[in-house]
Design a protein around this ligand. Structure first.
Ligand SMILES: Cc1ncc(COP(=O)(O)O)c(C=O)c1O
Length: 408
């Protein structure tokens, strides 16, 4: 197997791999939350130890605290090929979509239509569906009940000039298929609709170039991208300033506060720059053999190549395995490293059986409740979800296959 990223060097960036309790534990629930990189933990420690004061004040420690926070906005924007005024950092993606929906509630008019999918995690679905109570027309872009695929031809049938907003995932946390964001955005823009992308299940596999995607809003959860428990939301500045203020009245003109009524978690915001330090490190480990115009494109390309190589034997195995249903595509080129299967026993029970092999997989509906129902899977029965990232090793994939073979 040819891997652009040396797993030993990559894993050296994560203190968790050195912990005795986690030694030999193979972690396959990364879609729920990744290990945290040392770069992030170091910044968090530095913030709490050196500058844990109210930021943006007149005294030196306060100024340094504010600068540490500013650095995160700047560097995250840079990694996504954006200007810093796109970036908003809130408590989580669920909190960010909630606030965003409150803002759009006042922006939309009763005769307007919006499009949601039944492939999304509930965080990018329920908040939009609730706008129906305000007289907004809801249109659902439905997945194929067999494959979980979102077909753009079906989207075209839903689009017209009444549609003001469309919310969809870059990749579903159950199906794992990579949706063609740039193409979807182009189709939506032809009718003037705002595009809101849940990138939570995609971003851990490589932060995208948002300008290239062309969407108006892109969200991801930092705690699944080697960072702290924060939700990062990139919003086109012209749109953000059009949306009504969701914070205190005197924050009306504060771009970073208007869409974050919770107030910033200073230390975690400051620590978020560590995600970008880590991506710089990934680009360095990838070396000149991996292409990309910036370190962040190279890091993303290297992660993608690594995971595509790692996932191939797992998909090969599952494709041939009798008595299971593989959800989503079995082609590594079409999906992120999130693999869901349905078996005869309840998924949570199977996760328990696999854990006896010192392997962590998930079992349940993972808040993709509507996607499971649309696929004809009882959410209480659930899917067994095996999700990994670029720090996973070929040996761990082999161990997972052996455990599945022993238990299923
Ligand atoms: C695809 C997807 N979207 C949104 C969320 C919600 O993110 P958060 O936990 O930051 O609210 C998750 C969390 O699992 C997710 O997987």
């Amino acid at each position: 197997m040819s891997l652009p990223l040396d797993p030993v060097r990559i894993r050296a960036e994560f203190p968790s791999f050195k912990q005795p309790d986690l030694k030999d534990f193979a972690f396959f629930e990364n879609a729920g939350g990744s290990y945290t990189s040392a770069a992030v933990l170091n910044r968090m420690r530095a913030y709490y130890w050196n500058t844990k004061v109210q930021p943006y004040g007149a005294y030196p420690a306060s100024r340094l605290a504010g600068e540490a926070m500013d650095e995160s906005y700047r560097r995250i924007a840079q990694a996504m090929n954006l200007a810093a005024d796109w970036i908003h950092i809130g408590p989580s993606t669920s909190a960010n979509t909630y606030t965003l929906a409150r803002a759009f509630e006042a922006w939309l008019k009763p005769a307007d239509a919006i499009i949601v999918t039944n492939q999304d995690h509930e965080a990018n679905s329920g908040v939009w569906r609730k706008l129906v109570s305000r007289g907004v027309e809801l249109r659902e872009w439905k997945i194929d009940p067999q494959t979980g695929h979102l077909n753009v031809a079906d989207l075209d049938k839903l689009l017209d000039s009444k549609v003001r907003l469309i919310a969809f995932p870059h990749a579903s946390n159950i199906v794992g298929e990579i949706n063609p964001v740039a193409d979807i955005v182009k189709r939506a823009k032809a009718f003037g609709a705002v595009t809101i992308v849940d990138g939570v299940s995609y971003a851990p596999h490589g932060l995208p170039d948002i300008l290239a995607l062309g969407c108006d809003v892109y969200m991801f959860s930092a705690y699944k991208v080697y960072g702290p428990h924060q939700g990062i939301m990139a919003i086109r500045p012209s749109l953000a300033s059009e949306l009504p203020n969701q914070s205190h009245f005197f924050n009306e003109t504060s771009a970073r506060k208007r869409l974050n009524p919770a107030g910033p978690d200073h230390a975690q915001v400051a620590a978020s720059a560590g995600i970008v330090d880590y991506l710089d490190k990934v680009a360095e480990i990838a070396g000149p053999g991996v292409e990309g115009a910036t370190p962040y494109r190279r890091a993303a390309n290297a992660m993608r190549a690594q995971e595509t190589a790692l996932i191939a034997p797992l998909l090969d195995y599952l494709r041939k395995k009798n008595g299971i249903r593989l959800v989503g595509p079995d082609d590594p080129a079409k999906k992120v490293a999130t693999v869901s299967i349905v078996v005869d026993r309840p998924a949570a029970h199977v996760a328990g059986m696999i854990s006896r092999h010192n392997i962590g997989v998930g079992g349940g509906h993972f808040y993709g409740y509507r996607a499971l129902e649309a696929l004809g899977i009882n959410p209480a029965h659930g899917v067994v979800r095996m999700s990994f990232v670029h720090y996973t090793t070929p040996q761990e994939i082999d161990r997972l296959i052996a455990a599945l073979d022993a238990e299923l």
